[in-house]
Ligand binder design. Structure first.
Ligand code: IPE
Ligand code: IPE
Ligand code: MG
Length: 255
């Protein structure tokens, strides 16, 4: 079955293209590095935090699009373990955003049957951030629709070190044999244990790097980059990314 989509307008060039998505090949897990909020604000002579606010309202649109298209898991990189290096005022603002987002959109997420989860070092977040996010997790725990997985204070290297420590601890306790460690077992010690690897990874803003995002999990992920800044990233571009994904041939080392 095909989903016919309206004419696509890409942001800058206003070129039109008709995109068709095949329902049976929608990527189950899409991850997005939502980058470019600061530059979006800079270009308008606004403070960086204005870009973050605009970026936050864009999240709602893309969550909605992902849910409507039948994506199962949407992982959004919201704050990295390295983002603490930013000025305190910006970090403080970013730590308030989940609360603002959920205050505004939680009812809609519930209505859409979205389940909120997080990956990352949750306990190191400020209490007010944790509270707001935990409330959303609790309220949506039984939902069976799109999993909205927010990478909050997430760093892939931190995640891998944690997994190593947990496994080493179990070996010392005699609960685990070093010989039993394989790729599947290792994956179970990661934050992504229950959600698995992304099929498609999108990064906005023109940067083409992972910035410590899902290093282990993206071994065979398809990458899709756009110069468009996150606050300008539209549903149409999201559909375009999915449609390009459907043209790719995933080989996993085979032929
Ligand atoms: C992404 O936008 C949001 C976060 C990293 C929290 P940036 O804030 O990195 O925006 P640029 O890259 O400076 O434009
Ligand atoms: C990655 O973006 C983190 C998030 C989008 C949350 P950054 O803007 O922090 O990445 P670098 O510093 O450009 O690599
Ligand atoms: Mg950035």
């Amino acid at each position: 079955m095909q989903i016919k989509l309206p004419f696509l307008k890409t942001n800058k060039k206003a070129t039109k293209e008709n995109i068709t998505l095949h329902r049976e090949n929608i990527p189950g897990h899409v991850a997005i590095i939502m980058d470019g909020n600061g530059r979006w604000a800079n270009k308008r002579g606004l403070p960086r935090v204005a870009g973050h606010k605009e970026g936050m309202s864009n999240v709602k649109k893309i969550v909605s699009a992902a849910s409507n298209l039948g994506v199962k898991v949407l992982t959004l990189y919201a704050f990295s373990t390295e983002n603490w290096r930013r000025p305190k005022t910006e970090v403080d603002y970013l730590m308030k955003l989940p609360m603002e987002f959920l205050n505004t959109y939680l009812p809609e997420l519930i209505e859409k049957n979205v389940k909120v989860q997080t990956i990352g070092d949750f306990l190191a977040l400020p209490e007010h951030t944790r509270k707001a996010v935990q409330h959303a997790k609790d309220k949506t725990a039984e939902n069976s629709g799109l999993v909205l997985n927010i990478a909050l204070n997430y760093g892939s290297r931190d995640e891998i070190i944690r997994a190593m420590k947990a496994m080493t601890g179990e070996i010392v306790n005699g609960q685990l044999e070093a010989d039993d460690i394989d790729e599947d077992l290792f994956s179970r010690y990661l934050f992504t244990d229950d959600i698995g690897d992304p099929d498609l990874l999108i990064r906005t803003s023109g940067e083409q790097r992972l910035s410590n995002f899902l290093l282990w999990q993206s071994a065979y992920t398809e990458f899709w980059f756009t110069d468009v800044l996150w606050p300008d990233f539209s549903e149409q571009l999201f559909e375009k990314a999915l449609s390009d994904y459907q043209q790719r041939k995933r080989r996993y080392g085979g032929i």
